[in-house]
Design a protein around this ligand. Structure first.
Ligand code: GDP
Length: 305
């Protein structure tokens, strides 16, 4: 299916590395565990999470005395899914449904330029619309002309309006207009694009705080979701960006993009574990339909099953 296909490069990487790690061995031993550590670190799972996984496998092997190396994959599936479940809050609502009392439901999207923020917003707009919602986009990344133009292109593709002002205008004012427009037209989902400048943490924090405050004049509990978009193909860089955005604003969910073009898909496991922020979406291509709601069990089974 599409998840397997999208994760093909990561799967191939993990699969061949795992095969090498257990080659010629019938029993999971210390040498396999050492090799396993390397498999995860080179798949960009990150050191901290890798050590947690190894420790879990070690415990299982110690408890069960003898574990056949052919059982390694199912052991990994179980332990990694369980590790990620510590950070579980998959929504109880069906995908792309928003609470009826959010009038409108506001999603603020943050992330540095180039990670696939605009593309993700376009994909989300399309899926929310297909699910029967009325969607409006706000072009509050007013810093780059290309950002406004790109959002316009995606708005057209998804068939949803884009509220914008001229280049360099106040992002908070665009967000305000977008929420007003949603109220006036009865739209129930608003997605706000924001500028992703990271060179100055205080600047970023101030800008996002200002957008928040101004939006709350229209919708007192906005934003309902703050979605951080990270480029999965950048591996450890994505960790660093997550660190900086989490410090600057209250991010409550992640989208990890470009997993189709990379063997670094393990980054999803590491980031999800380390930041205790649920991964909500994964990007598996450039097309409008190449976005999936992340389900950890399915994801882990796709990689190790
Ligand atoms: P932004 O600057 O963060 O808004 O980034 P864009 O949305 O403009 O995306 C930057 C580039 O990444 C574009 O060429 C997109 O087509 C590409 N892109 C975005 N998401 C994905 C994805 O999930 N997979 C692939 N392969 N490319 C993607």
């Amino acid at each position: 299916e599409t998840l397997d296909k999208g994760l093909e490069r990561t799967k191939q990487g993990v699969f061949s590395k795992l095969a090498r790690a257990i080659a010629g061995k019938s029993k999971i031993d210390d040498e396999i565990l050492d090799n396993l550590e390397e498999v995860f670190i080179t798949s960009d799972v990150g050191v901290e999470t890798t050590l947690k996984i190894i420790e879990r496998i070690e415990k299982r092997v110690a408890r069960d005395k003898y574990v056949n190396s052919s059982e390694l994959n199912s052991l990994l599936c179980e332990e990694i899914t369980d590790l990620l479940a510590e950070n579980n809050n998959e929504s109880s609502l069906p995908d792309f449904t928003v609470p009826a009392d959010h009038q409108p439901h506001v999603i603020m999207v943050v992330g540095v330029n180039g990670v696939g923020k605009t593309t993700t917003i376009g994909k989300l707009a399309s899926q929310f619309k297909k699910a029967g919602n009325k969607v409006v986009l706000g072009a509050a990344d007013t810093f780059r002309a290309a950002a406004i133009e790109q959002l316009d292109v995606w708005g057209e593709r998804a068939g949803v309006p884009v509220i914008k002002q001229k280049l360099g205008s106040d992002p908070a004012s665009v967000a305000y207009d977008t929420l007003q427009s949603a109220k006036a037209t009865g739209a129930n989902v608003v997605i706000i694009d924001t500028a992703g400048r990271l060179h100055n943490k205080k600047g970023l924090m101030d800008e996002l705080t200002k957008i928040r405050n101004v939006m709350q004049k229209v919708v007192p509990d906005a934003p309902h979701e703050v979605l951080l978009v990270l480029d999965g193909s950048t591996g450890q860089n994505a960790f660093e960006q997550a660190r900086q955005f989490v410090a600057a604003t209250s991010v409550n969910e992640l989208a990890i993009t470009k997993l189709d073009g990379t063997a670094k898909g393990g980054v999803v496991i590491g980031i999800s574990d380390q930041f205790r922020i649920p991964v909500k979406y994964i990007g598996l291509g450039e097309g409008i339909d190449d976005l999936q709601v992340f389900h950890k069990k399915e994801f882990v089974e796709s990689l190790f099953g």
